[in-house]
Design a protein around this ligand. Structure first.
Ligand code: ATP
Length: 232
C-alpha cells in the first residue's frame, strides 16, 4: 500500500517556482529520502505535504486526497511533520514537550514509554528544560514529540542538520526502528551519504525537479551522483 502519493506537484512563491512536475511515493513501512542541495525545494516539499502551502497537482495520503484539509486535520489522521527548526518549547521540560505532542490523543503514557524506550537519553533528562539539551538531544526530542502524535507518516525536515557524527548514529538507529515499527518516513535530507545509508528509496531534487530516483545502490552507482554528491 502507498501511504503518500504526490503527482505532478507544482509549488510557487510568487514568481518563484520552487517545485515543478514532482512525482513521489512513500509506501507503508518505507523510509524515503528526498535529497538535494540548498534551495532544491526539500523544505517546500515537506511543508506542502504537511498542509502548510498551497499547490497545484495531487497529494494523497492513505488513499485520500488531502486538498482542502488543514494541518490539524492531517495531524489527527497521523501525518506528522517534524520541522527543520524543531519548534520545541524551550522552557518546558523534556516530558512536557513530549506530552504536548500527544495533545490529540487520549493516552499519552503509552507514547511516553515507547519514546523513552527508543531514546533512553530523553528519559534520563525528562525534567530538564528543552533549551538546555544538546543539539542531538533536541533532535531526539523533536522526533519523540512527533511520535507522541502516533504517526502513520512522519515527515522529517533535515534531522541531521548540525549534528556531530556520534549523535547521528542514535538518530539513524531511532529512524530505522520507527520505520521497522510500521511508520512510513519521508526524510528531507541534505546529507546524501546519510540518506543513501538509511533510506529504502531516494529522490534527488535539484531546482525543484526530481533528477534521479531509485534505491540507494542505484544512486550510489550513478556517475552524476557520485561526482556531484559523493565526491568520487
Ligand atoms: P535548504 O536545504 O537550504 O533548506 P531546501 O531544499 O529546503 O533548501 P527550500 O527551502 O524548499 O529548499 O527552497 C526552495 C526555493 O524556494 C528556494 O529558491 C527558496 O529561496 C525559495 N523559497 C523558500 N521559501 C520561500 C518563501 N517563503 N518565499 C519565497 N521563496 C521561498
Amino acid at each position: 500500500m502507498t501511504t503518500l502519493a504526490v503527482e505532478d506537484l507544482e509549488v510557487r512563491y510568487g514568481q518563484i517556482t520552487a517545485l515543478r512536475d514532482v512525482d513521489l511515493t512513500v509506501g507503508d513501512d518505507e523510509m524515503v529520502a528526498v535529497v538535494g542541495p540548498n534551495g532544491a525545494g526539500k523544505s517546500t516539499l515537506a511543508n506542502t505535504v504537511s498542509g502548510f502551502l498551497p499547490y497545484d497537482g495531487r497529494i494523497s495520503y492513505r488513499g485520500e486526497d488531502i486538498a482542502g484539509l488543514s494541518t490539524q486535520a492531517l495531524v489527527r489522521r497521523g501525518l506528522i511533520h517534524c520541522t527543520e527548526s524543531r519548534d520545541l518549547f524551550g522552557y518546558l521540560s523534556v516530558e512536557d514537550n513530549l506530552t504536548l505532542g500527544a495533545y490529540a490523543k487520549s493516552d499519552a503514557r503509552t507514547g511516553l514509554d515507547a519514546v523513552y524506550e527508543l531514546f533512553p537519553r530523553l528519559e534520563e533528562r525528562r525534567d530538564q528544560p528543552a533549551r538546555t539539551m544538546s543539539g542531538g538531544e533536541q533532535q531526539m526530542l523533536a522526533i519523540g514529540r512527533a511520535l507522541m502524535g502516533d504517526p502513520d507518516l512522519l515527515v522529517l525536515d533535515e534531522p541531521t542538520l548540525g549534528l556531530a557524527p556520534v549523535v547521528l548514529d542514535d538518530i539513524s538507529d531511532g529512524l530505522e526502528r520507527i520505520r521497522d515499527d510500521g511508520v512510513a518516513v519521508l526524510l528531507c535530507e541534505q546529507d546524501v551519504t546519510f540518506a543513501l545509508r538509511h533510506a529504502d528509496r531516494v529522490y534527488l531534487l535539484e531546482n525543484g525537479q526530481v533528477q534521479r530516483d531509485g534505491d540507494p545502490d542505484l544512486l550510489r552507482d550513478d556517475q552524476y551522483v557520485r561526482e556531484v554528491y559523493l565526491g568520487s
